[in-house]
Design a protein around this ligand. Structure first.
Ligand code: LCV
Length: 256
């Protein structure tokens, strides 16, 4: 499911569920969370999250087979949402090392990492509308704080992958490097971070998390956002989106 190792103060987690394109099932998420716990106990000073060498898909996102039907699936307690929060709260920088395509909640996971290093094969798609779903508040805020609104809208409305060049141009990637250099480059970046004062680095990470995540939202606005989510999650279109994926056919959305 995953491989993990610690060397020279850098912890590496390798997603390894190729048969399901590293879809983030509860089991896979729990394994990553357990590895982060081990890293926290070992006092690692930087972490790398990657897929197995040569994987064409970094991660296919939330495990669709585990999406609750008929209600909003991306609730606070959802395993993937827990992982996003743990990555953001982890007391050392987490670097997403991306070779291959990234889909749906996995794009949110990559954006939740502190840095992203990708190669020419990487791409990023956010795909709820392909399943008949909207997105959750935390995720929408994350995208809208990171990227120009017109790009966020194009990514969500089209559900099309953003290419490596576009990801570099729009700042999703900290670095776009050749696939042959990706591992060496990312490890060197992690070691540079690991050589600095860990308490200071951890404090800056948490300070920035608190500052960027705080932002007032009127209660009424919050209620409206939640109602929009709930109404769509209860739609027939959401059920059709899941069925279409399972039956390997294009969905036939009827707007109800
Ligand atoms: C379970 C999978 C998955 C998968 N879950 O291989 O962001 S949100 O809001 O949308 C959130 C709810 C979310 O993250 O939803 C998931 C969004 N992800 C996607 O829409 C990507 C769905 N997957 C694909 O489009 C393709 O599988 C990709 C392009 C990733 C890879 O295509 P490829 O031709 O290489 P297959 O499609 O043949 O899939 C190989 C196996 O992985 C399973 C898929 O069902 C198949 O399993 P079986 O061989 O048992 O049939 N699989 C792929 N993605 N997200 N299972």
């Amino acid at each position: 499911m995953i491989a993990q190792r610690i060397e020279e103060g850098v912890g590496t987690i390798t997603l390894d569920r190729p048969e399901k394109r590293n879809a983030l099932s509860r089991e896979l998420v729990e394994a990553v969370l357990a590895a982060l716990d081990v890293f926290r106990g070992a006092g690692v000073r930087a972490a790398i999250l990657r897929a197995a060498p040569g994987a064409k898909v970094w991660s296919a996102g939330h495990d669709i087979a585990e999406l609750p039907q008929g209600r909003d699936p991306l609730m606070y307690s959802d395993p993937l949402e827990r992982l996003l929060r743990e990555v953001k709260a982890f007391p050392a920088p987490v670097i997403a090392m991306v070779h291959g395509s990234v889909w749906g909640g996995a794009t949110d996971l990559a954006l939740s990492c502190d840095l992203i290093v990708g190669d020419e094969t990487c791409s990023f798609a956010i795909t709820p509308v392909k399943l008949g779903l909207p997105y959750n508040l935390v995720g929408l805020l994350q995208f809208s704080r990171r990227l120009p609104l017109n790009l966020v809208k194009e990514m969500f409305f089209t559900a099309s992958p953003l290419s490596a060049d576009a990801a570099a141009r729009w700042g999703i990637l900290n670095h776009l490097v050749d696939s042959g250099e990706l591992e060496v480059f990312t490890m060197a970046l992690a070691r540079t971070i690991a050589a600095n004062a860990p308490l200071a680095v951890a404090a800056v990470k948490e300070q920035l998390r608190i500052l960027t995540e705080s932002g007032p939202i009127a209660a009424g606005a919050f209620e409206r956002v939640q109602e929009l989510r709930q109404r769509v999650a209860e739609s027939e279109d959401y059920r059709e989106g899941i069925r279409a994926f399972q039956e390997r056919r294009p969905p036939d959305f009827r707007g109800r």
